[in-house]
Design a binder for this molecule. Sequence first.
Ligand code: GDP
Length: 364
Amino acid sequence: GFKMGIVGLPNVGKSTLFNALTRTAAAQAANFPFCTIEPNVGEVAVPDSRLDKLAEIAKSKQIIPTRMTFVDIAGLVKGASKGEGLGNQFLANIREVDAIAHVLRCFEDGDVTHVEGRVDPVADAETIEMELMLADMESLEKRMQSIVRKVRGGDKEAVQQERLMKAAMAALEEGRPARVVEVDAEDRKAWNMLQLLTTKPVLYVCNVSEEEAAGGNAHSAAVAEMAAAEGNSHVIISARIEEEISQLEPEEAEEFLGEMGLEEPGLDRLIRAGYELLHLETYFTVGPKEARAWTIAQGTMAPQAAGVIHGDFEKGFIRAETIAYDDFVTLGGEQPAKEAGKMRSEGKSYMVKDGDVLHFLFNT
Ligand code: GDP
């Protein structure tokens, strides 16, 4: 599954946000196996109104949303790359996630201590990015000698690795994250193998006060500007509001959102933004028993998409009976779509599209 790591300086609202995320997910998840895997790891349902619509049409007994994992990675402080705070553990945890949700304190509150004694989310973002860049430089330096030795020994793969490591190092030495390096398709795999922290996509989460949740404030505007310049994205959230919502019944929650001038919980936006950041898509399997959403990376071929359900589906893949979401909904279900000639039989070279309703045929 896909994993998003929640990072940020101490006291910015990470735990508040993480707890709200997992509690809301637990409440919504009466009919799917939700779990808090470890105290700091939680799975949340990806909100998708299309799934409810499909289930309604097919009269499915169960609705099973697709899920995303959030990891609360505490312990980043200035000096983490030098082993301060929970430094090394922290960095190891980040290596394992697919993307970073970077929580930034955008609320003023004299009662909540800021580690640097002032509210400045852009400077905070730089502090954390700097630690990640230092950690990347250190890990590259450690590996460089053995790579150079391998290159001298005539190792072809090492030549490619050395070239990519040098490109990453050049960017880092200029004070830029490794994600600014342009990487060709044929280098992509070797590049990912470097497992650099600053190649992970970043979603800035501006934690604002309750009153500012709808429109943000000057701090979140500064973050938005920074994110745009970097090609990263941002969302505005009040962790406090999310915490309160997570304790309300659905009707109460809706009313509360209305009072706050919000259309939907910030968590829904956060999860969706994470989904976009990771270039993920959803396909559906729909029947009378259940309607279910599945997550794939953009560009996934039909057999590999089938493999998300079960390895045997991929191995024995024959074809995928495919109905586009809009056709399924407009025509009123599988049978009418079929009669209208809107059910396509797709083979191994079919690239699955977001919203496809699929039925896999496979050899066992
Ligand atoms: P973490 O160290 O980043 O995990 O931060 P916490 O989630 O533990 O929050 C630190 C403190 O800030 C707690 O006392 C929270 O209640 C408080 N806090 C979190 N979000 C907000 C907010 O939006 N406004 C205010 N005033 N306080 C907040």
